[in-house]
Design a protein around this ligand. Structure first.
Ligand code: C2E
Ligand code: CA
Ligand code: CA
Ligand code: CA
Length: 379
């Protein structure tokens, strides 16, 4: 389904046949292939050691990653492998599959595309599995809801944008904050399903505001995993065209850590996203191993000063110096600068005096559902 969405026409059957053909090249009569469900398969290879397994994994990954050409479209295919060894990683099918699943999650965060069961800690998995199941249901049942927090431009006093912050309206647990499920979704790779969904929701919402004559830049947070493949690039381009939304009304917030994992690949995809015309923002600026090299190499539009620095900034000290120099840096480089987590009048005054461009925080407004945000803007 995501493939059909990405290309806007039906390629499912042909794609499956092409992929099956590739597998046939790799698989010998001694192997056993089984479909676990969805797009997950198990490949059972008797009588090989870890070294041979690694060599096979490398071959399979490069074979599968060759782009496909279908109906004049180039299609990037990706594969992830979680590899377990019998009997070292378990003696029952359930144990082996559980470990393979953990290895698969680890592989999702790697560029080489595979990981071994021996590399992951053995942790109770029941709670995790329920949570993943819950997240699947949540998406199908529309339990995920984006909230919006306004961004205020200090000189003009205008609301110039809003950041989308995800909430989970859980049927029994109530409103679940992202801090409890986003890290987990990132760890398991499930974020790859959330982000494209959220992006579609946000672009649709933003297009609606645009048609209503509001001039707002909507920001969305993206994760490391969203940058390992080209899906986000393709989806963003397609959605912008579909909704006829000016690309510069969308801003992607990236944390510094998102860039660290595999900087080259992440940078390439961010470059492609910027080429579509969307804005890029460096989130939590100053909290990571801040590398100004990234700011130099990427067409970044905005820096967001981490909340930790804004906290009690009026007391002077180091935070004040860091914020002031970030504001200066942004002026020099022609970037927007946002101070996030602004909670008090004192903080707001200090930021005004120091000519900070934009502010965001509870002092302005808490994140709220779209309808409430529209109402808040009107009031
Ligand atoms: P973030 O991107 O740094 O977002 C800012 C967080 O600070 C939000 O927390 C926001 O509600 C909170 N905040 C805003 N103003 C204030 C303030 O004045 N005081 C205090 N104490 N907090 C304030 P939230 O919504 O719980 O999100 C936490 C983090 O979860 C976000 O940090 C972001 O990293 C992540 N997140 C949220 N939504 C998404 C999403 O859709 N995708 C991804 N990948 N991550 C998300
Ligand atoms: Ca953010
Ligand atoms: Ca932030
Ligand atoms: Ca943060």
């Amino acid at each position: 389904a995501p493939i059909n969405n990405a290309l806007g026409f039906h390629v499912g059957d042909r794609l499956l046949r092409e992929v099956a053909e590739r597998l046939r090249v790799h698989v010998s009569d001694r192997y056993m292939v089984a479909r676990l469900g969805g797009d997950e398969f198990a490949l059972l290879i008797p009588g090989i050691g870890e070294e041979e397994a690694q060599a096979q994994a490398q071959r399979l990954v490069s074979l599968m990653r060759m782009p496909l050409s279908l109906e004049d479209q180039r299609l990037d295919v990706d594969i992830r492998l979680g590899i377990v060894m019998f009997p070292r990683d378990g003696t029952s099918a359930a144990d082996l599959l559980r470990r393979a699943d953990l290895a698969l999650a680890l592989a999702s965060r790697r560029h080489n595309g595979f990981a071994f069961g021996s590399e992951v800690a053995d942790q109770p998995r029941h709670e995790h599995l329920t949570l993943i199941g819950d997240m699947r249901t949540a998406m199908a049942e529309n339990e995920f809801v984006p909230f919006f927090q306004p961004k205020l431009e200090l000189v003009s006093g205008q609301i110039v944008g809003a950041e989308a912050l995800l909430r989970w309206q859980h049927p029994t647990r109530g409103l679940v904050p992202p801090g409890t499920f986003i890290p987990f979704a990132e760890q398991t790779g499930f974020i790859r399903e959330i982000t494209p969904w959220l992006l579609a929701t946000i672009i649709q919402q933003s297009a609606e505001w645009h048609r209503a004559g509001l001039s707002l830049v909507t920001s969305i947070n993206i994760s490391t995993l969203d940058l390992t493949g080209r899906q986000l690039v393709i989806e963003t381009g397609r959605l912008l065209r579909e909704h006829g939304l000016p690309p510069d009304l969308i801003c992607l917030e990236i944390t510094e850590s998102a860039l660290m994992d595999d900087p080259e690949v992440a940078l390439r995809h961010l470059g492609e996203l910027a080429a579509l015309g969307v804005k890029l923002s460096i989130d939590d600026y100053g909290s990571g191993q801040a590398s100004l090299g990234y700011v130099q190499r990427l067409p970044v539009h905005e820096l967001k000063i981490d909340r930790a620095f804004v906290d009690k900034v009026d007391c002077r000290g180091k935070s004040a110096a860091i914020i002031r120099s970030t504001i200066l840096l942004c002026e020099e480089l022609g970037l927007s600068v946002v101070a996030e987590g602004v909670e008090t009048d004192a903080e707001l005054d200090w930021l005004k005096r120091n000519r900070c461009g934009l502010v965001q925080g509870y002092r302005i407004a808490k994140p709220m559902p779209a309808a409430m945000f529209r109402q808040w803007l009107a009031d």
